[in-house]
Write a protein that binds this ligand. Structure first.
Ligand SMILES: [Zn+2]
Length: 404
């Protein structure tokens, strides 16, 4: 199946007009030799959210004592919040973090849909490593090759080994993910040095937040080749400050973007772009695109097909409405309803329902619904998830990241 799109973003440095995309999928309609013209459309590789806690995607945000000097206080304080208690009615979080427990898996899948509806083909789920069935149950790509620690100060309280052991298990090949420097006090200011002393500052680490990092520490990260994940919405909300992005760009650290969960972050990755544009209007949209594609694929050690669009063999595609002439500015305007097609690993995940007819061999289950004046298809049944939550709560729960 071939699509002709108005604009095609190969990577942040190369844009083509009127490009033909060869959808490399054996479930597509190959009987029609003709290409399908997609007027007013822009093609990208799907976005990558480098930091989320899928099971934490409940609303509203928690944080009765904001701003916090460090996030460790919030982790405890959050347990008194309305959201935490309301979520407990559906899934009792007893601290064991076995996310294959049926109710936990339902919420985690809801969190994955948050990402799907904002154009993400991949989301990194920071939690103790789960069994394969967990990752297999997700509607988009949730990488399972990683090692992690919650934070250097709190350790792996939620599951997993001590950080040195986790680093060992990463064999220097898998990404090693850890919250670091999420605050403005002496504790969080000391975390980078502590991390380094333990011999953990290596090129496979993905440090989340880094609010407390000095420009010198950021330069050190760049020298080592480590990656830094920026979650400004969550940072402003909890701490009132975000990391030194100017220093990170100056020293050319591999910067990626994460939403965090909606317990502290914004609605989704699109909302994250809005926060960044509000506070940092001088950062070009193409650079933000780089952070959520190329840089993220590098940080998470994903196959290159997740980091750039391949028109000859398109297995991963985000096709959206063309609103703005500049394709990067266009992405900043993305709305859930404006996604024409999200294809991940050759499988259609979300999009305009008429396009699904061109995948006659698709054997996944799909749900059809309307949003605005558009009829959409989505893989699986996120409406059923919402119904299951409503049944447990005995009232309707509205999640702002769902388009229905
Ligand atoms: Zn986090």
């Amino acid at each position: 199946m071939k699509l002709i799109v108005s604009q095609c973003v190969i990577n942040p440095d190369e844009v083509r007009a009127g490009q033909e995309l060869n959808l490399a999928t054996d479930i597509a309609d190959d009987a029609t030799e003709q290409s399908i013209e997609m007027p007013r459309s822009v093609a990208y590789v799907p976005l990558i959210n480098s930091h989320d806690h899928l099971v934490g995607n409940w609303v509203p945000r928690a944080g009765g004592q904001r701003p916090y000097p460090n996030s460790h206080i919030w982790v405890e304080d959050m347990k008194d919040s309305f959201s935490f208690h309301e979520r407990n009615k559906f899934w009792l979080n007893d601290g064991s973090f076995d996310l294959l427990e049926p109710a936990a898996l339902i919420i985690a899948r809801l969190g994955a849909y948050k990402n799907l509806f904002s154009g993400c083909g991949t989301v990194h789920d920071h939690a103790p490593l789960q069994k394969d069935e967990y990752y297999d149950a997700m509607p988009i790509n949730v990488p399972r090759r990683f090692r992690q620690c919650h934070s250097i100060t709190m350790g792996n309280w939620w599951g997993g080994n001590p950080p040195e052991q986790e680093m060992e298990l990463s064999k220097g090949e898998m990404p090693f993910v850890i919250h670091l420097g999420e605050g403005i006090d002496e504790i969080t200011k000391g975390e980078f040095a502590k991390f380094k002393e333990q011999g953990l500052l290596r090129d496979n680490v993905l440090l989340i937040h880094g609010i407390a990092f000095t420009p010198a520490q950021i330069a050190e990260m760049a020298d080592v080749g480590a990656s830094l994940c920026w979650c400004p919405t969550s940072n402003y909300y909890l701490i009132g400050k975000t990391m030194d992005i100017a220093a990170a760009l100056k020293h050319q650290v591999n910067v990626v973007i994460g939403t965090d969960s909606t317990m502290s972050g914004g609605v989704n990755l699109i909302a994250e772009f809005a926060t960044i544009r509000e506070h940092f209007p001088d950062i070009p949209a193409a650079e933000l695109f780089r952070m959520v594609t190329q840089n993220a694929a590098k940080a998470l050690r994903l196959h290159p097909r997740y980091g750039a669009l391949n028109p000859e063999d398109t297995q991963n595609l985000l096709l959206i409405d063309q609103i703005e002439k500049d394709p990067f500015e266009n992405l900043m305007e993305l709305e859930m309803k404006g996604i024409q097609l999200l294809l991940v690993d050759g499988i259609p995940r979300y999009g305009d329902s008429w396009l699904l007819d061109h995948f006659p061999e698709a054997d996944a289950e799909y749900t059809i619904f309307r949003t605005g004046n558009r009829e959409k298809f989505v893989i699986g049944d996120p409406m059923e998830i919402n119904d299951q939550i409503d049944a447990a709560l005995d009232y309707h729960k509205d999640f702002p990241f769902l388009p229905f």
